[in-house]
Design a protein around this ligand. Structure first.
Ligand SMILES: NC(=O)C1=CN([C@@H]2O[C@H](COP(=O)(O)OP(=O)(O)OC[C@H]3O[C@@H](n4cnc5c(N)ncnc54)[C@H](OP(=O)(O)O)[C@@H]3O)[C@@H](O)[C@H]2O)C=CC1
Ligand SMILES: O=C(O)[C@@H]1CCC=N1
Length: 287
């Protein structure tokens, strides 16, 4: 697929062809995206990736059957370039990319904190850029992605990105100035859940349960609880109140959580994550 002027639609393997996607930097989120797309019906030949560690590249190419390429081949071949390197690694990548793309290639950035204007400035011309904040449940088709177009991205580009990402989870459109908050909330969100699960499993160990039993109890309980939130549409307070019997056990636990400031800790933690996202963007403001 090389005719980038007619923006093709993403879809399943029954479609004639999906847009060729090249993931630049196949680390945690890059791999999650590739796995999710393959899972949703993307063909391995429609997926390219660059990666600077040869062993990692070889291992991924074998495991996913996607093709490891150099940056110049990715830029020449792909319809969509997905930037998935750490924000701290963006400068040398954009320097090389600037000489390789012609302003028609759609660039999708997954980078925390980095504004679309940075890519537009560095890549010149009228490079279409869409900023996305995904999260790792993408790997099982359960991502939460928030997207914001840059100033040269057309409705067709946005639609293409929406189609691509809706095959690996949910997609919402948000104004770009909200991306730092979204990064702190849903980009990092899975980490908070894993942290909570880990802490509850530790509590099970403290109470003398075997680890495998504690893990099963907590994983199913968190899965059931979040599924219940999603499927009933009930407010979390209502669902929590239904668990909290008068004079019972749960209220004793809730009192301890409140005494330890767990709610305030979440507010501060997420605010700190938002601040770091802003800081990552500011580091590139004048360049
Ligand atoms: N992990 C997550 O849950 C999420 C991450 N993101 C964003 O995604 C981006 C990637 O994060 P994450 O996957 O965690 O990071 P990783 O470090 O796991 O992945 C980035 C990979 O790209 C490699 N790399 C760096 N520069 C280049 C280059 N020029 N060419 C090819 N490969 C390169 C890195 O190598 P090396 O190891 O040497 O650095 C690394 O293997 C970040 O910008 C982050 O903000 C967004 C949402 C969620
Ligand atoms: O921790 C990070 O910086 C990235 C962005 C959101 C989730 N992980």
């Amino acid at each position: 697929m090389t005719d980038r002027d007619s923006v093709p639609e993403a879809g399943t393997s029954s479609a004639p062809a999906n847009p060729v996607v090249a993931v630049l930097g196949a680390g945690k989120i890059g791999e999650a995206l590739m796995s999710g797309l393959l899972h949703s019906g993307y063909r391995p030949e429609e997926l390219l990736f660059t990666e600077r560690h040869p062993e990692r590249a070889a291992e991924l190419a074998e495991r996913l059957a996607a093709r490891h390429v150099e940056l110049d081949e990715a830029a020449a071949t792909a319809d969509v370039l997905v930037v998935a390197v750490k924000p701290q690694d963006i400068d040398p990548l954009l320097e090389r990319l600037a000489g390789l793309i012609d302003g028609r290639t759609l660039l999708v950035s997954l980078c925390a904190g980095l504004p679309t204007s940075l890519f537009e400035r560095r890549l010149g011309g009228a490079c279409p850029v869409v900023r996305v904040m995904p999260n790792t449940p993408m790997v099982i088709g359960e991502a939460m992605c928030a997207i914001s177009p840059g100033s040269h991205a057309t409705d067709a580009h946005v639609k293409l990105v929406e189609q691509l990402l809706s095959s690996v989870g949910e997609v919402v459109s948000i104004p770009e100035e909200k991306q730092d908050a979204v990064t702190a909330l849903s980009g990092s969100g899975p980490a908070y859940v894993f942290f909570l699960v880990e802490a509850m499993i530790d509590a099970g160990i403290l109470l003398g349960l075997p680890r495998n039993v504690a893990e099963k109890l907590i994983i199913q309980s968190t899965y059931g609880a979040t599924k219940m939130l999603a499927e009933t549409g009930e407010h979390p307070v209502t669902l929590r109140e239904a668990v909290t019997s008068p004079g019972g056990t749960t209220i004793n636990a809730i009192r301890e959580l409140e005494n330890h400031g767990v709610r305030a800790a979440f507010l501060s933690a997420i605010e700190a994550a938002r601040d770091r996202s802003v800081e990552l963007g500011k580091a590139h403001e004048d360049s």
